[in-house]
Structure formats: C-alpha cells, structure tokens
Write a protein that binds this ligand. Structure first.
Ligand code: FAD
Length: 374
C-alpha cells in the first residue's frame, strides 16, 4: 500500500516509521516550519500525576507512556543509538507535605492500573536535593521511578532515519491534498503529483489550511511555548538526574553533557506563527526556574527554543478518518503532552491506514469534534 504522511513532527515521524516497518510504501513530506512543536519540546513522560479528570485524555497519555520502552528498544535494535529517551524518574516537589500526601495518594491509586509507574518513594528535602543538587532548600518530593524524559528532536530524527532505513522516502515541501469528489487521491508538492492509497495529515498547528479545499473547517488552535537551555558546570553528572515537576506550571529536565532545560511558557492569543524569543518569556522562565533551582543562576545560557502546541476543541486529541472522505486520515491536538502520546498515536494511525484494528476504542477521539458544519 502507498501511504503519504504530511508533517514530520513526532506524530508523522512515528506513523511513517511504523508504516515502513509494516512494509508499506511510505513518502514523508515536511515543510520544516519554524516553531514545529516537536523540535522545541523536551520532554516529560509522566502522565500519572496529572490532575486532569478527563478519562479519555488519561487513557491516551497512559498508553503513550507505556508504549515507550518497547519502541526505544526496537529503535536501538535497529541501530538508532540516539533516541533522546531515558527513564530517569521524576521528582514531584513541594514545600507543603500535605500537598505531597495528595500527590503520593494519586500516584498509588493509579499504580494498580499502570505498573509502569514503577516505585513510588517519598523523599525528604535532603534526599530530594541529593537527586537534583541545584534545587532550593525546603522542597521534599514524591519520586516516581518509571517517569522518563525525551528530547523530541532526537527521537523524531531516530524515527525518521529508521523509517528511511526501512525504505521510506522523505522530501521537503509544501503539501496540498489532491482529490476527486469524496476521495483524496494523493498529494501535490513542489509542482509534482504523488498518488497514494492513503494520506495521513500530521500537520500540527498548521493543519487547518490543508483541509480547507475539502470544504472542511478544521479547528486546530495553538499555544506558543518558549523553553530555555542552559549549561551547568562540568562537575555534575546530569545525565542521570530526574525530571523535576514543581508546583508551578514550569519544570526542569537534565540531559547529558550538563544540559539543563527549563520552561516553558504557555502563550495563547499569539499573533500569527511568530517564533520570537521575548523578554517577557525569558523573564517568566528564569523567575520561576531560578526560584525552584537557584543553583542554575551560574548556568551558561545556550538557547531558547520556540514551538506551537497544537490544540483541538476540548483539549483532547482527535485521531482517525476525515469524515465524509476516503483515502485520508488525520491526528492532531496533542497539546502539551504530544511527546508522551505521539509515538503511540502514530502507531494507531499506521494501523488504520493499513486497515488493521487499532489498539484502543477511537470513538472519543473522532475528528468530528474538531470540525464545524462537517
Ligand atoms: P509538530 O511537531 O508541530 O509537527 C507538525 C509538522 O507538520 C511541522 O514540521 C510542519 O512543518 C509540518 N507541516 C504542516 N503543514 C504542512 C504542509 N502543508 N506540508 C508539509 N508539511 C507541513 N509534550 C510532552 O509529552 N511532554 C513535554 O514535556 C512537552 N513539552 C513541550 C514543551 C514545549 C515548549 C512545546 C512547544 C511542546 C511540548 N510538548 C510536550 C508537546 C509536544 O511537543 C507536541 O504536542 C507535539 O510535538 C506535537 O507533534 P505534532 O507532530 O502533532 O506537530
């Protein structure tokens, strides 16, 4: 079967990889828009502490986190040494012990249904600082051993590289759907027509105009996120440090080679797709980040990355066939947890494209929710 994947963020990269592994003939077309969410994201995989009550969201996020270890070992067996993924654990920190009681309770409640959470350990402020030495004093924590971090850029590249090893072809270009009444027949890009049995749209924040020619008003919105990379002194073995989840909406992640990532901003109502690094954005990241980890004050500034988190109505992803059309599938709205869910959703898209049964009931994620008048 010939399948074209539009968009090579985490979602498109994952779908393309799985399709290629399953033996499909795959063409990936990506426009490399500045602000690709996957390119900026770094990457907490720890959905079990979330306070969101939406069960459909939790089911996806949980399945996404569970999916990782097997995918990573499959990629490694295939020769991909740098997947950007490491199960380093997470520290949910707080100065208020009763809040930590609540966090621990929630984690333990979810453990029965999600053994991949691993071991849940309550740590004193002293023990917490031993795990992440740059933290301020006074933060105790709940440690979750099964949590992980992933560098979106590295994982995307590993998936795309492996997809190509399995025969997928990747081109850069601005894709538009080619169609006849009721059926998408392929893609036009760079003055060429590429026919396909199925087209999968993984276009993140830029998806709406792709569906417009079909008369479909797709309702993807997006939120800008700025995220900062710092380099700390070379005395530190940062590679094994856990992810830090503070009470605020900011977090800290450590990577190899003394790299620390802090952020991110959540900016709605941004004008157009502007990827500007702003003074206010940097101030917010540094103020919140240094309050939690004053040890970062001496870190060397490396860069700020900017990405657009794609959202669909209800803040719940959509996955599946485009209503009223054959030959075309889409997924979108991965929001702030797309690195967690993306590889798993991409796998489901690949199965759908090849007419196989997906691993989960997709009714809750129908594209209809993101379409008005559809
Ligand atoms: P994208 O990665 O945005 O990719 C879409 C691609 O489609 C782009 O490359 C674009 O150029 C291409 N495209 C669009 N239209 C066309 C066209 N017509 N032709 C060709 N190509 C096209 N998630 C977590 O789970 N944990 C985290 O800790 C986390 N942190 C984040 C931090 C930040 C700062 C940001 C911005 C996001 C974070 N996320 C996190 C969320 C996650 O990054 C996103 O949900 C996910 O990357 C979305 O992936 P995507 O493939 O749908 O879209």
């Amino acid at each position: 079967k010939k399948v074209i994947v539009i968009g090579a963020g985490i979602l498109g990269a994952s779908a393309a990889y799985q399709l290629a592994v399953m033996g499909a003939e795959v063409l990936i077309i990506d426009r490399q828009d500045p602000g690709q969410a996957t390119d900026a994201a770094a990457g907490i995989i720890c959905p079990w502490l979330s306070q969101r009550r939406n069960q459909a969201w939790y089911r996806l996020a949980k399945a996404g986190a569970r999916f990782y270890p097997e995918l990573i070992s499959q990629l490694k067996e295939g020769g991909e040494a740098h997947t950007g993924y490491a199960r380093v654990g997470a520290l949910s920190i707080h100065t208020d012990e009763s809040k930590l009681d609540r966090i621990e309770e929630r984690a333990r409640m979810r453990l029965a249904d999600a053994p991949e959470i691993g071991v849940i350990t309550r740590l004193s402020a002293g023990q917490t600082r031993e795990r992440f030495p740059l933290l301020a004093e006074g933060y105790a924590s709940v440690h979750i051993s099964g949590a992980a971090r992933v560098d979106g850029r590295a994982l995307r590249d590993a998936l795309l590289h492996s997809a190509q090893q399995h025969g997928a072809v990747m081109i850069s270009g601005d894709a538009a759907l080619a169609f006849e009444p009721g059926r998408v027949t392929g893609v036009n890009a760079g003055g060429h027509y590429y026919p396909a049995d199925e087209v999968i749209i993984c276009a993140g924040a830029w998806a709406n105009p792709l569906l417009m020619p079909l008369g479909i008003d797709f309702k993807v919105s997006y939120q800008k996120g700025q995220i900062m990379h710092l380099q700390v002194s070379d005395q530190q073995d940062t590679e094994v440090w856990p992810v830090v989840i503070p009470p605020s909406d900011q977090y800290l992640l450590a990577f190899a080679r003394q790299q620390i990532v802090i952020g991110a901003t959540h900016e709605n109502d941004v004008e157009g797709y502007n990827t500007r690094v702003t003074a206010g954005g940097m101030q917010e990241i540094l103020t919140k980040g240094l309050e939690v980890a004053p040890g970062l004050a001496d870190g060397t500034y490396s860069e700020v990355r900017v990405g657009f988190r794609p959202f669909t109505p209800g803040f719940l992803p959509v996955i599946g066939a485009v209503p009223g059309w054959s030959g075309v599938l889409a997924a979108n709205g991965l929001g702030a947890s797309g690195l967690t869910m993306g590889p798993y959703i991409g796998y489901q898209l690949a199965k759908l494209a090849l007419g196989r049964e997906p691993d989960l009931e997709l009714d809750d994620y129908s594209l209809q929710r993101a379409i008005t008048g559809g």
